[in-house]
Ligand binder design. Sequence first.
Ligand SMILES: [Fe+2]
Ligand SMILES: [Fe+2]
Length: 302
Amino acid sequence: MHDGIHIGINGSFIENFVQNSGELKLLGKGDGSEVMLQKIKANETVIIEPGDNIELMEFFYILEGELELDDNKSKTTLKRGDYFYSHHLYDHVQFETKSQVSLLYFSTQPVFNFLSSTINELVELAHTVEKKDYYTHDHIQRVKDYGIMIGNKLRLSKEKIETIGFAALFHDLGKINVPDHVLNKPDRLTDEEFGLIKKHSAWGAELVSKTYFENLSKIIRQHHEKIDGSGYPDGLKKDEILIEAKIIGVADAYDAMTSTRSYRKALSPQDAVDELLRFKDKHYDAEVVDALIEVLKEENII
Ligand SMILES: [Fe+2]
Ligand SMILES: [Fe+2]
């Protein structure tokens, strides 16, 4: 996606999601927010759920049609020109369309991510990889959690932190192309086998490059790069590596070390931290390692 002003001519959109009840078009996105055009058929019930983040704000402006909003206390009929929004929503609310309705829908958190079919396919693929690579059960979720906590510690923008969450989800996607017996081999890998494993970051980058998530492509490609240039696939150094990739790299390494793998037992959190410190500024970004250590202390893990 390019910088600056974006112009949409009537009918254009970034991505489209068609469902039985109507369709949703993503018109604009930035800083973690999304603006959508939602068309809903008549006599459909739409439920607005509280988000994971209580600060979530969702705004609906009725462009055309009529609906009845039920906020669990009373019902209000709303039509063209009326609007409603949710903020600090603790319980679900719902509305029913009385005719075909067209809404301008704004959300301070990405909604589209969870709906688009390409995205669902990628998420499914990520879970397939987890099953395939037996020892990485729940690995992506933990990399995501640590990645987000490190991002918050480093006071990165909301958009960057959200990007880290999705990059974590998809970082090992390329392993789908690595044979199971190589992924789960209990003994030492041959050079050829290790070569195959090393390809997963570039393969993963390729998989997302033509989707809604093309902005994750570089991060995924770089998640095994190291500060001193000894990483793969491009041997990038220091600032050539994106901060998001450095964060995924550290969260990934920490989780790998503290998980039991086919070829070794798990290290204790403190031993894993000692290892990160030993390679701080060589393999791992110093600021990122320090941020993870702070997070682990806050969580009483070390
Ligand atoms: Fe990886
Ligand atoms: Fe990983």
